[in-house]
Design a protein around this ligand. Structure first.
Ligand SMILES: *[C@@H]1O[C@H](CO)[C@@H](O)[C@H](O)[C@H]1NC(C)=O
Ligand SMILES: *[C@@H]1O[C@H](CO)[C@@H](O)[C@H](O)[C@H]1NC(C)=O
Ligand SMILES: *[C@@H]1O[C@H](CO)[C@@H](O)[C@H](O)[C@H]1NC(C)=O
Ligand SMILES: *[C@@H]1O[C@H](CO)[C@@H](O)[C@H](O)[C@H]1NC(C)=O
Ligand SMILES: *[C@@H]1O[C@H](CO)[C@@H](O)[C@H](O)[C@H]1NC(C)=O
Ligand SMILES: *[C@@H]1O[C@H](CO)[C@@H](O)[C@H](O)[C@H]1NC(C)=O
Length: 586
């Protein structure tokens, strides 16, 4: 694809369709004296055009623009400007994970506004990192910024990389040492096999063990294990959203690890922006990578029909790029306003779109499915159940050995809706399954797992999966993350660490973020709970020591989940929202 683009530019140049001065690199001065590298294409005519800015940490030269789209925008009368974020690629300064992007974006937009080829109107484009940073730029209110297109964005700090602070090792190395164009990143690692990482202590120096280099950003994340001032700088407050008086269009998917953040920004901007009704959100059955293109492969334009173990219907796909053009034509060229409703959300199972305002959560009721068991819920062979009625007192236990954690099968992308049966016969998984569904029902909105538990150690992890068991008994994983987990020291929030007294009973809530899914007749609801999923998350050594500097040794522990304790009001249950779930459903 990239070569194809280079060839195309070459061809256009040779045929005289594009004069040689149209592709330009410049170094743009920021307010603190650092220079950022930008590339852009400009028309050889004297016509002044609107511009689209992307700020990327992935290397502006790779394919020239967001997904090699520069030519598409060029043909449609836009100038695509792409910048290496500070400290990446050819840009000066240190990479600071978003905290400098707001000011840098503001300065870049000022610069674009002063160029002879600019008509003074600028939009932003990008997804993931280059989606997220648009919110920080927009909150600074550059006068030439007319709209943003922030897809697949991070939200709350601690979403990534230390997601809920059970540190996301696989992500941390994959991103810092490979994807991002940072100093010291490298495709060749000295110890690429995650099973060898397990014995390395402490976590803080694992970067050198794995890649052979010090990765300053990896270490910085580990130095900030709670939401402190480092992370708080990245939290947009209601006052920040209220500054954003321009439209936005965001795409995400139910299987996008950054779905939570994308929906969070949409909810907040729809609440606090002076232009509440000019924000659009699309949530399809998409992954992180294909959400911005409405589920289409951005290289071939074809629908990606197989997503994990799901096969999608034709109606799941949207022309994402064309919709973005329609949106820009409206806010940058005074074209007609898109006729879409603010929120457009695809419900899997029934495979139908819902459209409306805000996040469509009107008329939903709180519902609960309680965990219970007879002889015990350990493994798929146990008799764990999910039921509407709060059960009699009972409990289920399992052992967790940090030296032998559950190993995630890295040959499958487990952020996608994959069959989890491979794992469920392990005795360190508790498995709870409902009766067969008789009447279809839909869960929509936030899902939370409330657990009453005890552990024989002072700190440990709980990891949970929600699944739809189909007619063939495949346990298809639901939700936007590889796992939903909580390190127990954060059970009272991510701004403090509170250890436990061994064997004392506590409760915690695991946030499973939003879901939108219909359980069809013949299917069953299934929940699985364990304490590790390595190396998607680092194995908790159970010592309660500092996560970064713990030297071990790891402590084996025994975990107990309790059900039905009406005396103190605590029990274990899944809390979700639905408007069509009732006792006749099972
Ligand atoms: C790169 O790695 C070397 C060797 O581990 C380390 O000394 C240096 O600080 C790192 N530099 C940057 C900019 O990451
Ligand atoms: C939010 O607004 C305050 C006050 O203008 C500003 O200092 C802060 O940097 C903004 N936060 C973000 C994350 O942009
Ligand atoms: C996008 O629009 C172009 C021009 O109207 C059209 O040819 C193309 O088929 C559209 N793409 C999709 C995926 O609908
Ligand atoms: C669980 O099932 C997998 C795949 O079918 C098999 O390889 C593994 O040995 C089983 N483990 C147990 C504990 O039964
Ligand atoms: C699925 O599992 C249920 C309950 O364990 C069993 O009764 C049924 O025969 C299984 N169906 C298939 C297709 O394997
Ligand atoms: C624990 O349970 C109490 C009583 O139901 C509830 O108020 C509290 O929010 C729960 N705490 C957590 C962390 O889930």
């Amino acid at each position: 694809m990239i070569l194809h683009k280079i060839f195309l530019i070459f061809l256009l140049r040779c045929t005289g369709l594009l004069s040689s001065d149209e592709f330009r690199t410049e170094f743009v001065l920021m307010r603190d004296g650092k220079k950022l590298a930008v590339d852009f294409y400009r028309s050889s005519t004297i016509e002044k055009l609107p511009a689209i800015l992307e700020m990327t940490p992935y290397g502006r030269n790779l394919g020239f623009t967001f997904r090699g789209e520069s030519e598409f925008w060029y043909r449609n009368g836009y100038i695509f400007v792409i910048a290496d974020t500070r400290g990446t690629g050819d840009s000066e300064g240190d990479f600071e994970f978003f905290s400098e992007d707001g000011d840098d974006g503001f300065d870049l937009i000022e610069w674009i506004g002063k160029q002879p080829w600019s008509n003074g109107k600028v939009a932003m484009r990008g997804s993931s990192y280059s989606g997220t940073n648009q919110w920080y730029v927009a909150a600074r209110k550059p006068k030439n910024l007319f709209c943003i297109n922030p897809s697949a964005t991070l939200g709350r700090p601690l979403d990534l990389p230390p997601y809920n602070n059970a540190f996301s090792l696989n992500w941390a190395f994959g991103w810092i040492a490979k994807s991002a164009n940072l100093p010291n990143n490298s495709m060749k690692w000295i110890n690429p096999d995650p099973s060898q990482w397990l014995k390395h202590r402490p976590l803080y120096t694992l970067d050198e063990f794995v890649t052979g280099r010090v990765l300053p950003l990896y270490r910085k994340f580990l130095q900030h294990p709670i939401i402190d001032s480092y992370w708080d700088l990245l939290v947009l407050k209601p006052d920040n959203y209220s500054q954003i008086d321009i439209p936005s269009l965001s795409f995400t998917g139910w299987f996008d690890g950054t779905m939570y953040g994308t929906i969070m920004h949409f909810k907040d901007i729809s609440k606090h922006s002076p232009r509440k009704n000019d924000h659009f959100l699309i949530v399809g059955p998409y992954s992180h990578g294909n959400a911005p293109d409405g589920g289409l492969d951005f290289q071939t334009g074809k629908p990606i029909k197989h997503l994990g173990d799901l096969i999608l219907e034709d109606n799941a796909f949207l022309p994402g790029l064309n919709m973005t053009k329609e949106f820009y034509d409206w806010c940058l060229k005074d074209g007609p306003r898109p006729s879409w409703k603010p929120a457009k959300v695809y419900i899997t199972g029934t495979n139908a779109w819902r459209e409306g305002s805000y996040f469509l959560t009107d008329n939903l009721e709180d519902k609960y499915l309680y965990l219970k068991s007879g002889n015990g819920a350990a493994s798929i062979k146990g008799d764990g159940e999910l039921d509407f009625d709060c059960p009699q007192y009972g409990s289920d236990s399992f052992e967790y050995n940090p030296d032998e954690p559950v190993k995630s099968d890295l040959s499958k992308n487990v952020v996608l809706p994959v069959d989890m049966n491979f794992y469920l016969n392990r005795s360190d998984f508790l498995v709870y399954t409902s009766q067969v569904v008789k009447q279809a029902f839909t869960i929509f909105g936030e899902v939370k797992l409330e657990l009453t538990f005890s552990s024989s150690v002072r700190d440990t992890d709980f990891v949970a999966f929600l699944m739809d068991v189909d007619e063939n008994n495949r346990s298809i994983k639901l939700g936007s993350k590889e796992t939903f987990q909580l390190r127990t020291r954060y059970r009272y929030g991510f701004d403090k660490e509170v250890l436990m007294e061994p064997n004392k009973i506590y409760n915690l809530t695991i946030d499973m973020h939003e879901m939108g899914h219909t359980f069809l007749p013949g299917h069953r609801v299934r929940l699985a709970i364990t304490s590790s999923f390595y190396p998607i998350i680092s194995a908790n050594l159970n010592t309660g020591n500092s996560i970064a500097f713990d030297m071990g040794p790891a402590i084996k522990c025994s975990q107990t989940i309790y059900h039905g304790m009406p005396s103190n009001g605590l029990t274990s249950r899944i809390h979700f929202k639905s408007n069509d779930l009732n006792k006749d459903c099972f």
